[in-house]
Design a protein around this ligand. Structure first.
Ligand code: ADP
Length: 411
């Protein structure tokens, strides 16, 4: 009589399941902590326990099929069953840190300094004021004396050059593109050097605003990569990225290239805008980008006689912030001067800092600097040490805690 084949052990099952890759998380299910063990009965029936990030995970069926087919290939296995459970929030956080860390390790080198804080300004749809907020927020930060990069990644609908009144072709040297620069006087004129803006936009590369429409999806993420890898950004405290509206290639590319990016979601107060903005926030989280907060724009129109008109409804920003559990950073009122300032190339925050819309945006800048994302200084030895550790760390060092990259700098 032939010997019955030796049954696989739990370790064998674990090893074979290293071949099952979660395509979204870019890792194998063992490494990601999704494999939770296997029971092997004497008759060769195997039950594999898999923890999903969420029980309604869209990849549930794909993962099951892969697990079944891999385990069925082991000698002695007669049947395979997959038992799912759902991760609790602590397990999800741990997984997310691991994935961010992996992404950070495998991200290509960019020219963006390690100490630069990166904020992507995103929206569900066009026309909610995402570019206006980006530009005014950048100016508000520069008015505190910071050097701020503005990367106009809204490649189809770029408007940053016009809004900042910056024109001209980009310069280049040593094989790198140089951003256009703009000095911004400080709000407190006698306290230190002026702020600077460093601006990059496809608007500096094409002749007509319309010709940018010819760029296609694949080129969009490539363009973003080029702007991050081939632009000599130099020292920079903050980099604000004006994202194209909606979800898609550019957001994914940013998650891959600069996984430390944090996202600010801009929405208008009405429910329809809030719904599409929620999709953007969801996509950001799925790309493992942290959402810093929500800015509600065009909140209300306040007329000179004290009347307050809710032209675009109300409550959408707060509801979205609560829904995704992040702070509502500001409610920026409708102000025709904000619009005309954008058209004239003089952002309202610079032209009329006392206007309520300017004040609301300035308050976001202050909160970012003082609380949410304080600037980092490379001169500090903590940052140097961090850089050395970052370079020397072995790939399997596991998930680090989300410690700040360096000492906050006061200004
Ligand atoms: P997006 O980048 O989301 O497409 P924009 O920043 O280009 O949006 O803004 C769309 C239009 O709305 C522009 O004409 C802009 O000047 C105007 N706008 C944006 N925010 C405000 C505001 N708070 N008050 C008045 N007009 C605004």
């Amino acid at each position: 009589m032939a010997d019955s084949p030796t049954l696989p052990t739990e370790h064998d099952v674990e090893q074979i399941l290293r071949g099952v890759i979660d395509p979204e998380l870019h890792g194998d299910i063992v490494d990601l902590g999704m494999f939770r063990g296997a029971d092997i009965s004497d008759d060769g029936a195997v039950t594999v326990r898999i923890a999903l990030t969420i029980s309604s995970c869209p990849l549930r069926v794909e993962i099951r099929d892969e697990v079944e087919s891999k385990v069925r290939g082991l000698p002695g296995v007669t049947s395979v069953k997959v038992d799912y459970s759902e991760m609790d929030s602590a397990q999800r956080t741990e997984l997310m840190q691991k994935v961010r860390w992996k992404a950070r390790e495998s991200a290509p080198e960019t020219e963006v300094p390690l100490t630069t804080r990166i904020i992507a300004v995103a929206s569900g749809k066009g026309g909610v004021g995402k570019s206006s907020i980006t530009v005014n927020l950048a100016v508000a930060l520069a008015r505190r004396g910071f050097t701020v990069g503005v990367l106009d990644a809204d490649i189809w609908g770029f408007s940053v050059p016009r809004m900042l009144g910056v024109t001209g072709r980009l310069g280049g040297a040593d094989g790198k593109i140089h951003p256009n620069e703009l000095e911004i006087p400080r709000a407190d004129a006698d306290e230190g050097a002026a702020g600077r803006l460093k601006v990059i936009s496809t608007g500096f590369l094409v002749d007509e605003e319309d010709s940018a429409l010819m760029w296609r999806g694949l080129m969009l993420s490539k363009a973003l990569e080029q702007f991050l890898v081939d632009v000599r950004w130099g020292d920079m405290d903050y980099l604000l990225v004006d994202m194209p509206p909606g979800t898609g290639d550019v957001q994914m590319a940013l998650g891959r290239l600069l996984p430390r990016t944090e996202v600010v979601v801009v929405t208008t107060p009405n429910r329809a805008a809030q719904k599409v903005a929620a999709r953007v926030a969801n996509m950001a989280q799925r790309s493992y980008l942290k959402v810093l907060g929500v800015i509600e724009n065009m909140t209300a129109f306040e007329c000179d006689h004290g009347g307050r008109y809710l032209l675009f409804g109300e409550g959408g920003g707060r509801e979205l912030a609560e829904q995704i559990d992040v702070p509502l950073l500001a409610q920026v009122p409708l102000d025709p001067a904000l619009s005309s300032g954008s058209d004239a190339g003089t952002p309202l925050v610079m032209d009329d800092p006392a206007a309520p819309a300017s004040q609301a945006i300035q308050a976001v800048a202050d909160r970012i600097v003082d609380e949410l994302l304080p600037p980092l200084e490379m001169a500090g030895c903590t940052a140097r040490m961090f850089e050395a550790i970052e370079q020397a760390r072995p790939p399997t060092a596991g998930a680090p805690s989300e410690t700040p990259l360096a000492e906050p700098r006061s200004r």
